[in-house]
Design a protein around this ligand. Structure first.
Ligand code: ADP
Length: 447
């Protein structure tokens, strides 16, 4: 099969993938930009190749450079991590055309789920409950959009079919706002995603963001590995995640999880994936599927007792998953805080050199990071410095460990969102569990 994996990513996830490869006895190839020579996975990899200057478009997104590096270093497979090329169907196709293994789903699965309209349609057909709406592209004609919105009932949300990263979405509260909203969303979508296709669905006023982790092998087996709650968001970007999603009816979650696994079997899905839902008044509504490893995968690993990246690699090697749905249990509770290098007032990225880096430890504490004292955080990439993940026997236990861990953690030289996390960990709403996706912005709003 393959014995050498090229890691087409950087930062904490590149290190995470490298560790899984090493544990399976696989050789590793790191590719890095000129700004990333000092990353730990570059030093730890068997081979490391510089593929271009700092801007991602000229390094981590340069498909030809990555394929050239794979050939030069004798890699048999490429792990894309998350972000960058991880959900790029054309890249996955080029990898496979070059005779290499893409560690992810087949290109057609990525293409299907990359189009949010097609994805919703496919999921509705598989019996997965979706956000109300027509699952059709709007032509751009105002009357048609107004008709579609009237069928659903205001408020509605206009969304870019090719959107991602929390962008390309707009709430339309009433019919009079549709003309402007339609024009602006289409134009934004065209500029940001190269695809001006938009659709409309019901805007849910106060839902929770709940997702289901799945994994499928190439022998027709698919399993769901539990739920996560990612409702604590700022500008549609996740800040804190936990597993399992608290306070939901276990039988309902299991029924939805089983629909997700069944949908994977139907489309011949391969590898790990995440079905994202908005949950309001106890009902699940599918919004999209992410066809890759998620930033928040560790909370599932800690509650399911599985190494998702190793499983990803095993599936890519053609192995049959040695799991049974009945044997997959959720033990205890896990919470993840995304530690960002950012200005706590403006949320602008805060690059620079880390002078102090002191991290917590002890039972149930896990830190996934590429940072350390002396590390110079480049300005060219996103601001994620690492993830603090805690596990406890119960949610209360996990929260107590989280508070202690956040007290202990010290980062100096750059600004971080650690104080925000300390505040969240003491917030009565979060402690009670089950807050909606607007909770964090309410908490941060000036009083
Ligand atoms: P992206 O691909 O950009 O992450 P998603 O479709 O996953 O976009 O939506 C991201 C976030 O936007 C959700 O977690 C939720 O906070 C909000 N959102 C998306 N669709 C709706 C909707 N129909 N009603 C209310 N909020 C929504």
């Amino acid at each position: 099969m393959f014995d050498t994996v090229l890691i087409a990513n950087r930062g904490e996830i590149a290190l995470r993938v490298l560790r899984a490869c090493k544990a399976l006895g696989l050789r590793t190839v790191a590719v890095f930009s000129e700004a990333d020579r000092d990353l730990p996975h570059v030093a730890l990899a068997d081979t490391a190749l510089c593929i271009g200057p700092a801007p991602a478009a000229r390094s981590y997104l340069d498909q030809a450079a990555i394929l050239f590096a794979a050939r030069a270093a004798g890699a048999g497979a490429i792990h894309p991590g998350y972000g960058f090329l991880s959900e790029n169907a054309a890249f996955a196709g080029r990898v496979e055309a070059a005779g290499l293994v893409f560690i992810g789903p087949r290109p057609d699965s990525i293409r299907l789920m990359g189009d949010k309209i097609a994805a919703k349609r496919a999921m509705r057909e598989a019996g997965v409950p979706c956000v109300p709406g027509r699952d059709e592209a709007l032509s751009g004609e105002l009357e048609e959009a107004q008709r579609a919105a009237a069928e659903i009932g205001y408020p509605v949300m206009l969304k870019a079919a090719g959107g991602g990263g929390g962008r390309g979405m707009r709430v339309v509260a009433a019919v009079g706002e549709m003309a402007d909203a339609l024009a602006v969303t289409r134009e934004e979508a065209r500029r940001a995603f190269g695809n001006g296709t938009v659709y409309v669905e019901k805007f849910l006023g106060g839902p929770r963001h709940v997702e289901i982790q799945v994994i499928a092998d190439t022998h027709g087996n698919a399993f769901w590995l539990g739920s996560r709650d990612c409702s604590l968001q700022r500008r549609h970007q996740k800040v804190v995640e936990e597993a399992p999603a608290p306070g939901l009816d276990a039988a309902l979650v299991a029924a939805v999880g089983e629909r997700c696994a069944e949908a994977c079997r139907r489309i011949g899905y391969r590898g790990v994936g995440t079905f994202e839902f908005l949950v309001e008044d106890g009902a699940f509504h599918f919004i999209e599927m992410n066809t890759r490893l998620q930033v928040e995968h560790p909370v599932t690993e800690m509650t399911a007792g599985l190494d998702l990246v190793q499983l990803q690699l095993r599936v890519a090697m053609g192995e049959r998953l040695a799991l049974s749905q009945a044997g997959i249990a959720c033990r205890g509770h896990a919470i993840e805080c995304r530690i960002n290098a950012e200005d706590p007032a403006s949320f602008a990225p805060s690059p620079g050199t880390i002078t102090t880096w002191s991290v917590p430890g002890g039972p149930g504490i896990r830190i996934d990071t590429h940072a350390s004292a002396g590390y110079r955080m480049p300005a060219s990439y996103d601001s994620l410095l690492g993830k603090l993940v805690v596990h406890g026997e119960s949610r209360a236990d996990a929260l107590a460990r989280l508070r202690a861990a956040l007290e202990e953690m010290r980062v100096g030289g750059i600004m971080t969102n650690l104080d925000l996390h300390r505040r969240i960990a003491r917030d009565p709403g979060f402690i009670a569990g089950g807050v909606d996706i607007h909770h964090l912005e309410r908490l941060m709003a000036p009083r």
